[in-house]
Design a binder for this molecule. Structure first.
Ligand code: SF4
Length: 106
């Protein structure tokens, strides 16, 4: 469970650089750097469509397929806080989890 800081301001779930998604899916099965990870929960906010009405949470459950990350425990993220980046992303692949840390930093 983690607090999420997210700069993907055009995501349906983004509010004040926080994430309102009930839970998060991070992808990056073969990632050895953060740029090869992505937030699979991203949904592009369409103009004129109302964004999520929920408030950001501080304890979002995060499933994560980036198993080479030091924070990954049985495909769940064990970090207290993660940072997701990807300004103006048009699809999940244009976002990334910047908290990804390869095993050599353990
Ligand atoms: S890109 Fe991911 S972390 Fe950021 S607000 Fe959207 S769902 Fe949440």
């Amino acid at each position: 469970m983690a607090h999420i800081v997210c700069t993907v301001s055009n995501c349906y779930f983004n509010k004040r650089e926080g994430c309102t998604a009930p839970e998060l899916d991070v992808d990056g099965e073969h990632a050895d750097e953060s740029r090869f990870t992505c937030c699979d929960t991203f949904i592009e906010q369409k103009p004129g469509v109302r964004s999520s009405l929920s408030e950001p949470k501080s304890n979002t459950s995060i499933s994560c397929r980036a198993t080479h990350c030091v924070y990954n425990e049985d495909e769940m993220c064990e970090a207290d806080r993660i940072v997701v980046n990807g300004k103006n992303a048009g699809n999940p692949e244009e976002t990334c989890c910047s908290t990804f840390m390869p095993p050599e930093f353990k």
